[in-house]
Design a protein around this ligand. Structure first.
Ligand code: PMP
Length: 401
């Protein structure tokens, strides 16, 4: 039956991990994976998560099915975390929200909802580059994927002129995907002033903004600061779609905790949208997993756990920021590595687009046992005080050729 099925290409990011695992050198470093690592290079379970799990275990909860749209207490708190207590649509009861299989599932529900119910366009614009999974998610949802300029190779910064020109040239009412903060893979975010201009263009062109917020708290260390773009758009009267993930900010990667929401005109419209979200979700996976949503709900709903969590998110963000500073100063001041490295310090979130070329990344893997994606993206979280000097020296050697 399957003799005509062609072998598909391997996943580019998982391929990096395979090569890393096969390498036996003790100095090896994996900077491909998008998961936080602690100062010892180990996966990190947040203290607030451990406590929430202890509380859950002792309360001996049942294992019944959740409703189709998930744990209602959790989705309410997730929306509050993103939109903020002052959000008008939230106060009016006009935000339709459903639990999702982490951020990926939220994007997929959103894509499917827009493909089925957004009457004005089937075209979605993604930044170039964007997270590698965005294109297949939206294509498989039934949307047509196009790109808008985002990254400027020359400055290793934001191509804001290109971005504005492309959004202004987009057909009216097209959908535009925006990374709410900590853009993956570039680590480059618009400034608050630039977000205001983007909001004006989106309004002028009547574009539909779809925010992907996979790193709330991870960029600046503050969940409200990282929600600036989402809250600004909502305050400007935009109706938005929003995908949220708790993989990074709570370290709940494998628990698959997320939420998808749409702001609507009023509670009556919200109820109709809710009913259609259920119709999309029911035949996909019936209802979402329970455990992770309970953990997130416990943290978001308890004052002490919440403030512990905020401190832990900030701790992760700060450790990454300190690695950026250390890497920058080692390359620039200690090793005098040719080139401009300021972007490493200025970029935001888990990743840095280093500007290393494919031959340089290949040399780093083969000669130094340092693994990253072929586009030169590194996960800053994979660096720590034990490996950062070796990494900087290896980069220095690769750049000097
Ligand atoms: N969006 C972006 C931009 C991401 O980087 C990620 C994680 N790599 C996701 C969404 C979704 O991740 P998850 O499904 O694990 O929440």
């Amino acid at each position: 039956s399957w003799s005509a099925v062609p072998a598909g290409p391997p996943d580019p990011i998982l391929g990096v991990t395979e090569a890393f695992k096969a390498d036996k050198d003790p100095r090896k470093i994996n900077l491909g994976v998008g998961a936080y690592r602690d100062e010892n290079g180990k996966p990190y379970i947040l203290g607030s998560v451990k406590k929430a799990e202890e509380l859950l275990t002792s309360s001996k909860p049942d294992k019944e099915y959740l409703p189709i749209t998930g744990l209602p207490e959790f989705t309410k708190k997730a929306a509050l975390l993103a939109y903020g207590a002052d959000s008008e649509p939230l106060k009016q009861g006009a935000v339709a929200v459903t639990q999702s299989i982490s951020g990926t599932g939220a994007l997929r529900i959103g894509g499917a909802f827009l493909a089925r119910h957004y009457p004005h366009s089937k075209v979605i614009y993604l930044p170039v580059p964007s997270w590698g999974n965005h294109t297949p998610i939206f294509r498989d949802s039934g949307l047509e994927v196009r790109g808008y300029r985002y990254f400027d190779k020359k400055t290793v910064g934001l191509d804001f002129e290109g971005l504005k020109a492309d959004l202004l040239a987009a057909p009216e009412q097209a959908i535009v995907l925006l990374h709410a903060c900590a853009h993956n893979p570039t680590g480059i975010d618009p400034t608050p002033e630039q977000w205001q201009i983007i909001s004006d263009i989106v309004k002028e062109r009547k574009l539909f903004p779809f925010f992907d917020m996979a790193y709330q708290g991870f960029a600046s260390g503050s969940t409200s600061q990282d929600a600036f773009a989402v809250r600004h758009f909502v305050s400007q009267g935009h109706q938005i779609a929003l995908a949220q993930s708790f993989a990074k900010n709570m370290g709940l990667y494998g628990e698959r905790v997320g939420a998808f929401s749409l702001t609507t005109a009023d509670p009556e419209e919200k109820a109709r949208v809710d009913s259609q979200l259920k119709i999309i979700i029911r035949p996909m996976y019936s209802n979402p997993p329970l455990h992770g949503a309970r953990i997130a709900n416990a943290i978001l709903g308890d004052k002490a756990l919440y403030s512990q969590w905020e401190g832990e998110v900030k701790g992760m963000a700060d450790r990454i920021i300190s690695m950026r500073e250390k890497l920058y100063s080692t390359l620039t001041h200690d090793l005098k590595t040719p080139g401009e490295w300021g972007h490493i310090k200025n970029q935001i979130g888990m990743f840095s687009f280093t500007g290393l070329t494919p031959p340089q990344t290949k040399a780093l893997a083969e000669k130094a046992h340092v693994y990253m994606t072929g586009d030169g993206r590194i996960s800053m979280a994979g660096l720590n005080s034990s490996n950062i000097e070796y990494f900087a020296e290896s980069v220095n050697a690769a750049v000097r050729g």
